[in-house]
Ligand binder design. Structure first.
Ligand SMILES: NC(=O)c1ccc[n+]([C@@H]2O[C@H](COP(=O)([O-])OP(=O)(O)OC[C@H]3O[C@@H](n4cnc5c(N)ncnc54)[C@H](OP(=O)(O)O)[C@@H]3O)[C@@H](O)[C@H]2O)c1
Length: 248
């Protein structure tokens, strides 16, 4: 099992789904975890369930760069520094471009692109040699799977480009940058959107468990400092149509 003993891992977007699972997996591997998201009560519930000790939470919105810097600086002070950051905050909205309110596009791009840049800007000053930035992109950052998912895919293609840029920016000082690109994962990423019920159902029926993605992130963090994983793309065999329970 990968050891992250003593590493200080910041997870942005840690109040649910993949971020919460990553906080748990990193803590189980021995890390001290700093958790950020908007919903303070969810963060408190996640941190209360983490194994180990020395974890801390701060509420902040990634679309407010000043608040994010304050939150990250505060967590770095509480944890005694930061070794790694996992940028997992994200939102999804579905809809054809011609039918969608521009405010919806802005909401997706603000969190998934500008919020990612703000997360990197807040965290990078704390990271040193051997540190890691993990950018939670998506298979939608590798290809456009449907017209309705086009704006989200555009945001995730941008996330891939941001990760490539950051790798060039911080690689020379020994900081690694990895894009993690999952297919469907069983989370509430599209919860609350009436028109997206069928899509949300597929994410839960066919998706990876959030813990599967968290295990990939922990594996990346635990590799020797000289190893840079450029991209870790993963999807569920169920999304490819295989139903293991039907095979028996
Ligand atoms: N589920 C999938 O099928 C899937 C597949 C590929 C990639 N991903 C990516 O994985 C990442 C995590 O998504 P998830 O599936 O785990 O969904 P999720 O359970 O909805 O988690 C999203 C996280 O982002 C946080 N967040 C959203 N807007 C934020 C903001 N403005 N400021 C700060 N935090 C914010 C949420 O916390 P608060 O609401 O408390 O702020 C939550 O912690 C996203 O980047 C998503 O695009 C998901």
């Amino acid at each position: 099992m990968t050891s992250l003993t003593g590493r200080r891992v910041l997870v942005v977007g840690a109040s649910s789904g993949i971020g919460a699972a990553t906080a748990h997996a990193a803590a189980a591997a021995g890390a001290h975890v700093g958790l950020v998201a908007r919903r303070r009560e969810h963060l408190d519930a996640v941190v209360a369930g983490l194994p180990g000790h020395g974890h801390a939470v701060a509420a902040a919105d990634v679309t407010d760069p000043a608040a994010l810097v304050a939150a990250v600086d505060g967590l770095a002070a509480e944890l005694g520094g930061l070794d790694d950051v996992v940028a997992a905050a994200g939102v999804m909205a579905l809809g054809a471009v011609a039918d969608t309110d521009p405010e919806t596009w802005r909401g997706v791009l603000d969190v998934n692109v500008t919020g990612l840049l703000a997360t990197a800007r807040a965290a990078l000053p704390h990271l040193g040699e051997g540190g890691t930035v993990v950018v939670l992109s998506s298979m939608s950052g590798r290809r456009v799977a449907s017209a309705a998912g086009g704006v989200y895919a555009a945001s995730k293609h941008a996330a891939h480009a941001v990760a490539e840029t950051l790798r060039l920016e911080v690689g020379p000082r020994g900081v690694r940058v990895t894009t993690v690109a999952p297919g469907f994962v069983a989370t509430d990423l599209v919860a609350g959107q009436d028109d997206a019920r069928a899509f949300a159902g597929r994410m839960h029926d066919e998706g990876l468990d959030p813990g599967d993605v968290a295990a990939a992130v922990v594996h990346v963090l635990g590799l020797p400092p000289a190893v840079v994983v450029v991209e870790y793309a993963l999807q569920s065999i169920r999304q490819l149509g295989h139903r293991p329970e039907d095979a028996s």
